[in-house]
Design a binder for this molecule. Structure first.
Ligand code: CUA
Length: 323
């Protein structure tokens, strides 16, 4: 039964948000620490079980020897102190080498701000322009990047298990986490500090790309939004502005310049909507605009229940086209 219970937990060991499938340098150090600690624990547990069996059912002279002062003091005090001290030292070494590595001048810089309940992600281009996106973190493989973690409301915690350890985002201060993706691919991260009702719906994707692809993506991301072509998207653009969406959202290249909600300039190219809560398609856009207070209760966006289905479809077509 115990073995069966343990096996049931194994499915949790894989997937896009597993600390046991690492794709980042810092996460690899933490993974190795986990393996060392687990292996040591298994050895100690087996040793204790063997001794227990001997004490309960072993030959009399073995039992007598196990009861001596030397064995009790050596095995009960000295051995645990030595093993745990070694493990503590190694853990502190990994902590010092990874989570608290000071950013160097040549590292890239990406600023991530915890919002209720989503992530603002700001990149800096080679020309020094600030490019704001949301809810996904793109990284160039093999280049260290300093993540500047901030919050303008409550405490959140940035946790990307496959990439690195977790670090809190605290209002009024900047915590820096230096990360380096070691292979291209997509993984998932999650807010790891309870921050209100929709804390569990505050997730994001990490997309690690070959450096050349990353640079091309950032150039595209820095460009203003594409003008709508289809008639339905043009109508959506007009409705977007008429309904005041631009008071909270920015779409660069239009007069929408709000900063309360996510920048939507290239929202159609993102992997998800609403911080990895919904897929990124026209139907999800329409659902979110009309029903977001049910999908993510108490988020800062009002629900636009007044919009007709054809108006929602037009706005959705416009946003979906912002790739
Ligand atoms: Cu943000 Cu929990």
């Amino acid at each position: 039964a115990c073995l069966g219970g343990a096996l049931l937990a194994l499915p949790g060991c894989s997937g896009a948000q597993s600390a046991l499938e690492v794709t980042g340098r810092e996460a690899a150090d933490i993974y190795f620490l986990f393996i060392v600690a687990t292996a040591l624990s298994v050895v100690v547990t087996l040793l204790v079980l063997i001794l227990l069996v001997i004490v309960l059912w072993g030959p009399q002279r073995w039992r007598a020897r196990l009861g001596s002062d030397r064995v009790v003091i050596g095995g009960g005090i000295v051995l645990p102190v030595v093993l745990l001290s070694l493990l503590l030292g190694y853990g502190l070494f990994v902590l010092d080498a990874g989570a608290s590595r000071v950013a160097r001048a040549e590292d890239g810089v990406i600023t991530i701000v915890g919002k209720r309940w989503w992530w603002e992600v700001a990149y800096t281009t080679a020309d020094g322009d600030r490019v704001v996106s949301a809810n996904e973190l793109r990284l160039p493989v093999g280049r260290p990047v300093a993540l500047r973690l901030e919050s303008d409301n409550v405490i959140h915690s940035f946790w990307a298990p496959q990439l690195a350890g977790k670090l809190d985002m605290i209002p009024g201060r900047t915590n820096t986490l230096v990360v380096e993706a070691t292979e291209p691919g997509v993984s998932r991260g999650q807010c790891a500090e309870y921050c209100g009702g929709a804390h569990a719906l505050m997730s994001f994707f990490i997309i690690a790309m070959p450096p050349g692809e990353y640079d091309a993506w950032l150039r595209k991301e820095a460009a203003p939004a594409r003008a709508p072509e289809a008639a339905i998207a043009q109508r959506g653009h007009d409705l977007f502005l008429e309904n005041g969406c631009g008071a909270c959202h920015t779409v660069r290249g239009t007069r929408a310049g709000g900063t309360i909600g996510p920048d939507l300039t290239h929202v159609g190219s993102r992997r998800s909507l609403a911080a990895a809560t919904l897929p990124n398609d026209a139907e999800a856009f329409a659902r979110w605009i009309k029903d977001n207070q049910h999908i993510k209760p108490e988020n800062l966006m009002p629900a636009y229940e007044n919009l007709e289905p054809d108006e929602l479809a037009a706005i959705a077509a416009y946003l979906e086209g912002l790739d």
